[in-house]
Design a binder for this molecule. Structure first.
Ligand code: EPU
Length: 438
């Protein structure tokens, strides 16, 4: 059964980080494709898959349900289960957010489903109410219990579903459930993140009838069966941004291969406004900062806005820009939870419950601490800190890379859950890291 490997990194500041990084397919697409493969009655193949902890967890979940999963390098093959089990074991409680997405596919396969409580990073309440409301709209009987969620449906039926907020996960639940439902589903207020579109395209290859319409509207015409399909995942835009910032913040230059420019439009412009210079080709993107970095005011948003998963490396970059920057997190109410670790490392960051640096968001007039003012240039110091989540973990490594002395970083498994071989990638760029089992 899946076990988290507790590890610590000892990071020595090693000057400018330079070199080439190849990013694989994204963590937030690969696992959803693995769930989609449950719907096919022949095997599916997912290529360019990253080697991340979330894939390990999802593989074990699928195997526990009876699916056969083969992994070789970046290729994942998933063969249908002859008689899939209807229950994701409780041992997977809290490990990631994937079980909730399995409800629809399990209902199609077995007519009933149990999934344990989902986890993922502790960056907000992260309720699953939109997912459950969507499944109920499709005709499932859904019960929430202390250990997880039980659902039943002899056959899902298409319906009109309106999402109160364009949730990535809830849009994926609708896609994964409506493709085999009877009749048409019209989803309004859908997420349009590239990883969601990538999933829709994969389902289309499997035989699904999906139309992506303007104004966040997705129309799905249910079909009686889906076959397996094969795809190559596009490069991870979160990893690509994170490593570009690793180069900028250390005054080096990182060239990122494998992530298309159109996945980074807002990110590139944000960094360019701060003084970064880009070289962009069909194959790679590189960034340098020849002069002083300028401060900026950035608010996170749904696609095509500035991603919530880009703000943590940006926060460290802000500490190295000359002047005051503002960051307003509007997607998850508790996503600044990592700031104390950065403050311990000398980052001059003040956090506020107000909406600063962008339009008022859903968290206006709440107690959610979701804005930050950052003073640069902060002199960062090495420290011993614990990384609370995957993206925050990356930002702690960046802070350690520009600190005055070595740092000890606990909670490395968070980074390894979402970044492809981060130890090797950082080492390639010239960062001196030593790992120790905790
Ligand atoms: N929300 C609800 N109810 C729901 C679902 C969502 O209120 O039923 C709210 C959330 O609480 C949040 C907002 O809607 O405030 C957006 O959440 P969303 O559902 O879009 O996020 P998610 O599907 O849980 C995925 C990624 C996140 C990424 C977000 C936003 C995966 C596994 N996770 O989360 O990635 O930040 O979309 O793009 O795909 C990460 O990789 O580090 C990460 C956290």
């Amino acid at each position: 059964m899946f076990r988290v490997r507790e590890q610590t990194w000892h990071v020595e500041p090693s000057g400018p980080l330079r070199g080439d990084i190849v990013v694989r397919g994204s963590k937030n697409a690969v696992t959803k494709h693995m769930v989609a493969a449950m719907l096919g009655d022949t095997p599916s193949v997912i290529r360019n898959a990253p080697e991340v902890g979330d894939v390990d967890i999802t593989t074990e979940m699928l195997e526990a349900l009876g699916y056969r999963v083969g992994r070789c390098g970046g290729e994942i093959t998933i063969a249908p289960a002859d008689a899939p089990l209807a229950r994701v074991p409780e041992a997977f409680t809290g490990l990631n957010r994937i079980p909730i997405l399995m409800l629809g596919p399990l209902l199609h396969r077995t007519g009933e489903a149990f999934v344990p409580l989902v986890g993922g990073d502790a960056i907000g309440r992260r309720p699953v109410d939109f997912h459950l409301a969507a499944l109920r709209a499709l005709g499932a009987e859904v019960k929430e219990g202390p250990a997880g969620i039980t659902a039943r449906a002899a056959r899902l039926r298409g319906n009109r579903i309106d999402l109160p907020y364009p949730s990535v996960g809830a849009t994926e639940t609708v896609l994964l459930s409506a493709v085999l439902a009877e009749g048409q589903t019209v989803l309004r207020g859908a997420a349009t993140e590239p990883e969601v579109v990538e999933l829709a395209l994969f389902l289309q290859r499997m035989g699904a009838r999906i139309e992506l319409s303007p104004d966040r509207r997705i129309v799905i015409e249910g079909v009686p069966r889906l076959r397996g399909a094969s795809t190559r995942l596009a490069g991870d835009r979160i990893e690509a941004f994170s490593y570009l910032v690793a180069g900028l913040v250390t005054r080096g230059e990182v060239r990122v291969h494998g992530c298309p420019q159109d996945r980074l439009v807002t990110a590139i412009t944000t960094l360019a406004k701060m003084g970064a210079q880009f070289d962009i080709t069909e194959e790679w993107i590189s960034a340098t900062a020849p002069g002083a970095l300028r401060p900026a005011a950035v608010h996170t948003d749904t696609h095509p806005g500035f991603m919530t998963d880009w703000q943590q490396p940006l926060m460290v970059l802000f500490t190295q820009a000359e002047g005051l920057s503002v960051l307003h997190e509007t997607v998850f109410e508790n996503r600044l939870v990592y700031v104390p670790a950065l403050q311990t490392m000398g980052c001059e960051i003040e956090v506020f419950a107000a909406c600063l640096g962008g339009p008022a968001c859903r968290y206006q007039d709440t107690n959610a601490v979701h804005s930050a003012v950052i003073r640069g240039v902060s002199k960062l110091r090495g420290a011993e800190v614990t990384m609370p989540d995957v993206r925050a973990g990356f930002s702690a490594v960046l802070a350690a890379a520009v600190a005055d002395r070595s740092s000890v970083l606990h909670g490395v498994h968070h980074i390894e859950r979402g970044y492809h071989r981060p130890f090797e990638q950082f080492s390639t760029l010239g960062l001196t890291i030593r790992r120790a089992e905790a």
